[in-house]
Design a protein around this ligand. Structure first.
Ligand code: NAX
Ligand code: K
Length: 491
């Protein structure tokens, strides 16, 4: 698990630690770590051409001190001041080490020619869109031919939220201090970071519980069948999906559940969807729902429900969704089910776990909010959704984030842009429903589902060999790659 803390928590921990240490200790630790990573990236420091972009705060101070360390090892280090002030001790140290300050007018050429650029424009103190000349320097750094290393946070990325309001530095590596910041894990900010390296400066004992966590493979624990298991004990998932208009969603959702480890999949829908599912997934036990039917009698026992993919949003769909949500079972609601919930939020008043899996557009309808704002501020909106809807909420998108009231937000580390294609969400619903039926909590099922789904997509797009390059994929490819994704887990 990787842990991230918001800026307020980082500052509080730094304050508590700094009170016990001689002045400047933390900055020296940070700068030493930053210089170490830069030296490793350069390979040969002696003779390397390094440019430091320094803002007027302590982020610039870190970068200047790191530049001084590289200058002492023989690098040619030039610094550019963004703004009228600079961290004076940092600048003095750089000068003492043989580095020098160059004019802003010469910055573009220096950045373009550098082997390595250190971005120390703004760190956790940055707020809002970068002003000038920071914005122009950030764009120059982003286009640099050499390696770009961001100090603590890529400038222009909001450390706590990942929001990017204007220009921001596109880094190859981000060296962050003490703990990760949420903005390094969540898009759009995450996509500016490159590889994130954490430098320990001793904050650990002073940090509260994390605000955001990102699971690793060992944190993903799908239920494992034992010698005692039978299909019922492994978990029976009920899937209510597909309608007269859409049948593909049902096939994909059932496929996700079959490959997601369900002991049995019980599928209920109108006749055309049932016929298609039977053809493609003979493993599923199917029940035909006649038009106008609004109860789910005679379907048999299930341990969790998935409701919504391709279901339609009319009266019949609403009645069936109501029937599912009135059970005392865990229920995952997706797609059309979410559209129905947007007008029937009363259906969410239940005691059993509810897991909602919207994309930004569906969440916009549920919260009566703007889709663009949700995409820009995913962390804020997934938390708000979990609190307002009193449910576990998995917000799909470029970074999938999962929130439950009172728990740190979980950020999914897998996935690929190739996943942004029709039908992949239906696969996720079935897969996650199978994990829910297998006994995982809503939060753990959502975490494992998102992780395996993103990994399967990467494996499908990337092919068998790591050098094979990538290719577009469809939702069925994700289902096909699920066993390979499961196999990567340490179980
Ligand atoms: N507080 C500490 O104990 C430690 C802090 N460290 C470093 O200090 C940084 C935080 O330093 P500061 O609090 O001085 O803040 P920063 O240096 O991150 O940013 C503040 C400066 O950026 C300017 N600024 C803010 N938003 C801007 C915008 N949109 N456009 C242009 N300029 C903008 C402000 O006017 C101010 O000059 C951390 O990110 C980290 O790099 C590390 O040295 C570790 C220890
Ligand atoms: K920075």
């Amino acid at each position: 698990m990787r842990y991230a803390h918001e800026v307020g928590d980082v500052r509080a921990a730094e304050g508590a630690l700094m009170a016990r240490l001689p002045e400047g200790t933390l900055m020296r630790r940070a700068a030493a770590g930053l210089a170490r990573v830069c030296a490793g990236l350069l390979g040969r420091v002696y003779g390397a051409d390094v440019v430091v972009l320094a803002g007027s705060g302590d982020n610039g101070g870190d970068a200047l001190y790191a530049g001084a360390r590289l200058a002492r090892r023989g690098a040619r280090v030039r610094a550019v001041a963004a703004g009228s002030r600079l961290h004076q001790e940092g600048l003095a140290d750089l000068r003492a080490a043989g580095g020098r300050l160059i004019d802003l007018a010469d910055a573009g050429a220096a950045v373009a020619a550098a082997d390595l650029v250190i971005d120390g424009l703004t760190g956790i103190g940055g707020s809002g869109a970068l002003r000038e000349p920071h914005a122009t320097l950030a764009l120059a750094a982003s286009g640099a031919g050499g390696i770009v290393v961001a100090c603590d946070v890529p400038s222009g990325v909001d450390a706590s939220s990942g929001q990017v309001e204007g220009a921001a530095v596109r880094a190859d590596v981000t060296v962050t201090f003490g703990t990760l910041k949420p903005g390094l894990l969540i898009d759009p900010g995450a996509s500016y970071c490159g590889v994130v390296e954490l430098v320990d400066i001793g904050l650990g004992p002073y940090l509260d519980d994390p605000d955001v966590v990102s699971p690793a493979a060992e944190d993903v624990r799908p239920p494992v069948p034992g010698p005692e298991s039978d299909k019922y004990r492994r978990g029976v998932v009920g899937i209510l999906a597909g309608g007269e208009a859409f049948t593909g969603a049902a096939v994909l959702s059932v496929g996700g559940a079959v490959r997601g480890g369900a002991g049995m999949v019980r599928f209920a829908s109108v006749r055309p969807a049932v016929e298609l599912v039977r053809q493609r997934w003979p493993e599923a036990v199917t029940t035909v729902i006649e038009p106008g039917e609004k109860a789910l009698d005679g379907i048999g026992r299930v341990q969790a429900w998935v409701a919504g993919p391709g279901l339609g949003t009319g009266e019949d769909a609403e009645g069936l969704l109501q029937a599912v949500l009135s059970t005392e079972l865990p229920v995952l609601v997706d797609a059309d089910g979410l559209t129905v919930l947007a007008r029937r939020r009363d259906l969410l008043a239940r005691d059993a776990p509810t897991l909602l899996t919207p994309h930004a557009g569906e969440l916009a309808r549920l919260l009566d909010a703007d889709r663009g704002e949700i995409e820009a501020r995913r962390l804020e909106f997934v938390r708000r959704a979990a609190a307002e809807l009193d449910a576990t909420v998995l917000l799909k998108g470029s970074t999938t984030v999962i929130a439950e009231p009172g728990r740190p937000v979980r950020v999914n580390p897998t996935g690929t842009s190739w996943l942004a294609t029709a039908g992949t969400g239906d696969v996720l619903s079935g897969l996650t429903g199978a994990l829910l039926a297998g006994g995982l909590s809503a939060l753990d099922a959502a975490t494992a589902g998102a992780y395996l789904h993103g990994l399967a997509a990467r494996l499908a797009a990337g092919g068998a060999s790591p050098d094979a390059g990538e290719a577009p994929i469809g939702a069925f490819d994700v289902i096909t790659a699920l066993p390979a994704a499961f196999r990567t887990l340490p179980w």
